[in-house]
Design a binder for this molecule. Sequence first.
Ligand code: PEP
Length: 249
Amino acid sequence: MRRKLVVGNWKMNGSRTANSVLLSGVVAGLTPAGAACAVCVPAPYLAQCEAELSGTPLAWGAQDMSAYASGAYTGEVAAGMLLDFACSYVILGHSERRAYHVESDALVAQKTVAALAAGLTPIVCIGETLAQREAGQTEAVVGAQLGAVLDAIGAGDVARIVLAYEPVWAIGTGKTATPQMAQDVHLLLRAQVATKNAAAAAGVQILYGGSMKPDNAKELMAMPDIDGGLIGGAALKAADFLAIVHAAD
Ligand code: PEP
């Protein structure tokens, strides 16, 4: 019912030369009827993605954007600029943005509204820290993060968002949530989405992120509410990324 989606989050990695090798390696290994696939790259490389990926099955996007359309926001990148480079996706509210750039639930919600208004597909990241999980606060934390976004968008836009459950303690640590732990949260998130738009909730793609690798991808994505992955470290090698994409096929 829901097509699987695998998205690479390159974070602050890459160079023109290395990107070409990685992008062509990924494109060469994709199968047309397989999972949908995208890479979210540092903003300076969006032009390279447009030049090298147009006409291929590999979509591209950014890792953040401004909540504002234009103006005196030095260093920021607007949704319209992402569209200028034919982006399909933008990651919003990644835990590294929340932690290092003090992005609040309210700001992530504002950015989601701006992305939707521009016609981009926001991939909204949600997840608890280890301390929050150990304190039994997972449900409250992810509920507040998602709630801020759902409150800000129209019911008709629910079908246009992608969610990524990324437990902060699993990102880049090699520790993965067990398939059941992830499934439990994905189910909660889908139920919360249903309170805004019950019909759309069944179609919303909810990705898992947090040390997803070729050797654990299949069992994670076999869970009924895990619709793909948001992949950090393993997206930087074509063979590893493709193995995850094919685990989703
Ligand atoms: C991420 O940064 O979104 C992520 C999931 O990273 P990693 O796969 O390296 O844990």
